[in-house]
Design a protein around this ligand. Structure first.
Ligand code: URA
Length: 625
């Protein structure tokens, strides 16, 4: 079978265009109409271009490959699986593209997706290089901007529908001139003691100050400061695994760093909480006057998009992707490369911060950003303090639960006649649907499943198998409890449990929590209440002497917001009266019952009442939407 179709789809557009847009290869619609980007991907492309004022008629559109590949598959045009060694046919296509671009001499070429990026720059990872500007390896001195292929939008609307147009805005700017300007940056990376002190002293008077630490577990190995986006200094603490400074020098350096970090300068950082925690825990430094945390500010503006520094830089600056810099083939970093990298992080972060500040002001997000930032300090204190934990009880519980698990497992193995791994879906599917010959239950992907829903449904319907299914279900629960919650690691420092909180951890602005950045710990926001018979997990956390533990919860918060936004006067009245349980009231409406009658069910049939109230609770939002 021929790899490529017979009908050529040539490039189209003005031959003196400032922008050439390069895709991969035409599809069926393009072949029929004899023009690139007129099918589904083309329509998405046009709508994104229109949105930012990048006029299609002003651009020259073409593809790396001018013929439709069989099955729209491009990989047969490469000799290797990684798609880096082209076949002769692909070489011909790329050579033709070169001649095409050289004839037009645009100020900018936009590479849409991996094939175009590879042909124009030799790079292969679109996710890393998207948003970066490069000099082409194919056409001499040609400036290239990489972005995603519009087909990515069809696969995943969020976040690409938002990000590609942002790249097009950059493209419009860059199409005004042919040169590739890199942001000028100067770094000091191996300061001697006098130099370090001199620079730190000067930084005390900076207006804005970006800082960034690099760490090994439990150790800050260097810290970089940038007082402006074009100059940064890295203060190292280690050279290889040796100390960089004498003990006396390091003490002086930390005193100077402390002064800088408590100075009135407006502090800037990416995920500042991480740096603050390290600085506070290991050096007692409490950073003052944090102005912009770029991660939180970006999240405030675009919560559905990634928030790593590399992504932020691709969106807000002209700094090309640098996150692989300094990494050797085995992933180790040389000191000098790490220090440079550290400086670049600090400098780029400051540049991003100014952009984010302006955008937040323009978009009216500043107040909300400040409100989010208020959480930082209490959360840091909570992370540092950790929670008192009953390690003795933990050991006893793990032991007794393990005994229960072993006993049940032995019973299960002997009933089945061979060892059964209840965590293996393959083994469980075999046991349920072949050995026990139960009707096959399928999951979302239509494949046979032995997940908890399948087990519960089988147990309900096939009473004869209830005993064995009960054992499997109990084993699953006990193992989840033991492995997921009881076996949590305490901090070796003081046997307390610590976690890290992230105020930018969810798209809905709920705070997320995870294991401690210092190792061990766990998500402290999801400890099970009654998943086990006696609620044992929560009993492991004990208040410090003189304190009590409590929990607060907003009463029906979402329902109140929904009622307010949808102007539901009846619901608002019910909330205001404070006399009525709104979820029950809504359930009553849902089931055409009188409120009082439904309430009576609470006594006569609590299960039914709970079920109906729950539906009312869930449906209240949906109904208003
Ligand atoms: N996808 C491409 O890469 N090019 C086209 O012309 C159409 C879809």
């Amino acid at each position: 079978m021929a790899t490529l179709g017979a009908r050529k789809v040539p490039g189209t557009g003005p031959l003196d265009a400032n922008i050439v847009i390069v895709g991969e290869a035409p599809g069926e619609t393009e072949v029929i109409q004899g023009e690139p980007f007129v099918g589904v991907a083309g329509k998405i492309l046009s709508s994104m271009m229109n949105e930012v004022g990048l006029l299609r008629n002003d651009c020259y559109l073409t593809n790396v490959v001018k013929y439709k590949p069989a099955g729209n598959k491009i990989n047969p045009l490469f000799r290797d699986n990684r798609m880096t060694v082209p076949t002769d046919k692909m070489k011909e296509c790329v050579a033709e593209l070169k001649v095409e671009i050289e004839a037009i001499k645009p100020n900018l070429v936009i590479a849409l997706g991996r094939t175009a990026m590879w042909a124009l720059t030799g790079r292969t990872q679109t996710m890393k290089h998207r948003g970066s500007l490069y000099v082409s390896t194919l056409v001499k001195d040609q400036k290239v901007l990489v972005t995603m292929h519009p087909a990515a939008v069809a696969r995943s609307w969020v976040p690409w529908r938002q990000i590609i147009p942002a790249d097009f805005i950059k493209a419009i700017e860059e199409s005004k001139f042919p040169e590739l300007y890199r942001p000028p940056r100067e770094y000091v990376i191996k300061p001697d003691f006098d130099q370090a002190i001199y620079h730190l002293k000067a930084l005390e008077n900076a207006d804005y100050l970006s800082f960034d630490i690099e760490t090994r577990p439990h150790k800050i190995v260097c810290i970089a400061f940038a007082g402006s986006p074009d100059f940064a200094i890295c203060i190292p603490f280690t050279r290889g695994f040796q100390n960089y400074w004498s003990l006396e020098q390091e003490l002086e350096i930390w005193k100077a760093i402390n002064k800088v970090l408590i100075s009135p300068a407006k502090k800037v950082g990416q995920n500042v909480q991480y740096d603050e925690l390290y600085l506070a825990r290991f050096h007692g430094v409490l950073v003052q006057n944090v102005w912009i945390d770029t991660m939180i500010a970006h999240h405030e503006l675009y919560p559905e998009t990634p928030k790593g520094l590399d992504f932020l830089a691709s969106l807000w600056t002209k700094e090309p992707y640098w996150k692989d810099e300094g990494k050797s083939h085995n992933g180790k970093i040389k000191d000098a490369d790490l220090w440079t990298y550290n400086c670049k992080d600090a400098a780029v972060t400051l540049e991003i911060a100014h952009e984010l500040y302006e955008e937040m002001m323009e978009e009216g997000r500043w107040e909300q950003y400040l409100a989010t930032m208020k959480f930082r300090y209490p959360l840091m204190t909570m992370s540092l303090q950790g929670v008192n934990f009953d390690k003795k009880m933990q050991t006893t519980l793990i032991h007794s639960y393990q005994e229960k698990i072993d006993k049940l497992q032995r019973g299960l193995d002997s009933a089945v006649g061979e060892p059964v791994n209840i965590s293996s879906n393959k083994q469980m599917v075999k046991l349920l649907y072949i050995t026990l010959n139960l009707p096959v239950q399928t999951g979302k992907t239509n494949k046979p499943t032995a997940d908890m829903n399948a087990l519960l449904s089988l147990r309900r319907r096939y009473k004869k198998y209830k005993p064995i299914l009960d054992v499997i279900i109990t084993l699953r629960k006990l193992r989840k409890l033991t492995e997921g919650f009881l076996q949590v690691e305490t901090d070796p420092l003081d046997s307390r449990i610590r976690c890290s909180y992230n105020v930018a951890g969810t798209e809905t602005w709920r705070i997320s929590s995870s294991g401690s950045i210092f190792g061990g710990g766990t998500n402290l926001q999801n400890q099970p209440k009654g998943a086990d018979e006696d609620g044992v997990v929560r009993k492991l956390f004990i208040p410090d002497p003189g304190y009590l533990m409590g929990a607060t919860d907003l009463s029906q918060a979402e329902a109140r917001v929904v009622a307010l936004l949808s102007d539901d006067e009846l619901a608002l009245h019910e909330f205001e009266s404070g006399q009525i349980d709104v979820h029950t009231a809504f359930a009553a409406r849902l089931f055409s019952m009188e409120y009082e009658d439904l309430l009576k069910l609470k006594e006569s049939n609590p299960k039914e009442y709970k079920h109906k109230r729950n539906l009312g609770k869930m449906e209240i939002g949906r109904a208003h939407v």
